[in-house]
Ligand binder design. Structure first.
Ligand code: NAD
Ligand code: UDP
Length: 313
């Protein structure tokens, strides 16, 4: 069989680098494209000597001409701290970046998978969230550059499919964590673990009753690859672990599992912070035969090990 040439945009980021690992190990020719805004060479340096791995430093907002069979479009900062740093750029990455990748997919007849997000549901009025739920998103709030950017990206995907017959796949990723989250990432799992390991206060925003459902990275990558290679279903499909925890429970777990002396402190809740989030994964189970099995404690153990190894001694 011909070797597949696979483009991973955002391939030097947290999820992208784990995806590159898996695809390189499976023997595909992998092209990692990144502008290194939140990604890092460290995440992929172990792949540099592999014959079937290449890196392109490029900003997805600009068009790029490549010859590929599959495109995983992951380029976009995912942490609220990073996507709000330059909100206009976040919109451009989601809109112009996705148009550039869809144009490429159309030209070379590649299949393209878009990394969408549970954020398309906003502060959800339906719980747990099914793919059929249209969402509750503020279009002018601080999170809108990301939420609405991802919603337009989904619209573009489906319109290129209907109008031009582009072969698309859409996944809606729920909170995913694990090794290689950047120390400066700012998302809750990495923040709490780093704070706990360094005995600094654990910063709960709001009263900690808001919930999230956390999926370990290896299982997310497995779901992504299954969806890309699924023949009769374009999505959107929810990918996430349905086990739901309050942010307070997560804080207590981080303190307990690290044996930390950290105290919990309460800070103000960011505007439009969703109050609850849990994926309904019936569709993923049925169409992809995919269901996460790694429990939060087990995944946190791996993640704590990782941060112990990268934090300055
Ligand atoms: P990340 O910030 O670690 O990775 C994003 C990568 O994209 C980085 O390497 C960054 O440098 C690159 N990038 C950003 N803008 C770019 C541009 N204009 N051109 C080229 N490269 C660019 O985040 P992540 O957690 O790995 O998320 C990857 C994708 O998955 C994102 O699209 C994100 O929206 C989506 N997602 C992630 C989660 C999660 O919990 N991790 C949840 C929902 C959706
Ligand atoms: N959060 C928190 N302390 C932190 C970072 C985040 O309490 O140091 C909260 C945040 O307000 C949100 C939840 O944890 O309610 C998840 O935040 P994250 O940024 O990880 O992801 P998202 O809000 O995009 O799901």
């Amino acid at each position: 069989m011909k070797k597949k040439r696979i483009l991973v945009t955002g391939g030097a980021g947290f999820l992208g680098s784990h995806l590159c690992d898996r695809l390189v190990a499976e023997g595909a020719d992998v092209l990692c494209l990144d502008n290194f805004f939140t990604g890092s060479k460290k995440n992929i340096e172990h792949l540099m000597d592999c014959k079937n791995f290449e890196i392109i430093r490029h900003d997805l907002v600009e068009p790029v001409l490549l010859e590929v069979d599959q495109i995983y479009n992951l380029a976009c900062p995912a942490s609220p701290v990073h996507y709000q740093y330059n909100p206009v750029k976040t919109v451009k990455t989601n809109v112009m970046g996705t148009i550039n990748m869809l144009g490429l997919a159309k030209r070379v007849t590649a299949r393209i998978l878009q990394a969408s997000t549970s954020e398309v549901y906003g502060d959800p009025g339906e719980h747990p969230q099914k793919e059929t739920y249209w969402g509750n998103v503020n279009c002018i709030g601080p999170r809108s550059c990301y939420d609405e950017g991802k919603r337009v990206a989904e619209t573009l995907m489906v319109d290129y499919h209907r109008q031009n017959g582009v072969d698309i796949r859409i996944i809606r990723i729920f909170n995913t964590y694990g090794p290689r989250m950047a120390i400066s990432d700012g998302r809750v799992v990495s923040n709490f673990i780093i704070q706990a390991l360094t005995n600094r206060p654990i910063t709960i925003y709001g009263d900690g009753t808001q919930t999230r459902s956390f999926c370990y990275v290896s299982e997310m990558i497995d779901g992504m690859i299954r969806m890309m290679n699924c023949e009769d279903f374009i999505g959107p499909v929810n990918l996430g672990n349905p086990n739901e925890f309050s942010i307070k429970e997560l804080a207590e777990l981080a303190v307990e599992m690290t044996g930390s002396k950290s105290k919990i402190v309460y800070e103000s809740l960011p505007e439009n912070d969703p109050t609850q989030r849990q994926p309904d994964i019936t569709l993923a189970k049925k169409k992809l035969n995919w269901e996460p099995a790694i429990q939060l404690r087990q995944g946190l153990k791996e993640t704590i090990q990782y941060f112990k190894s990268v934090l300055p001694k």
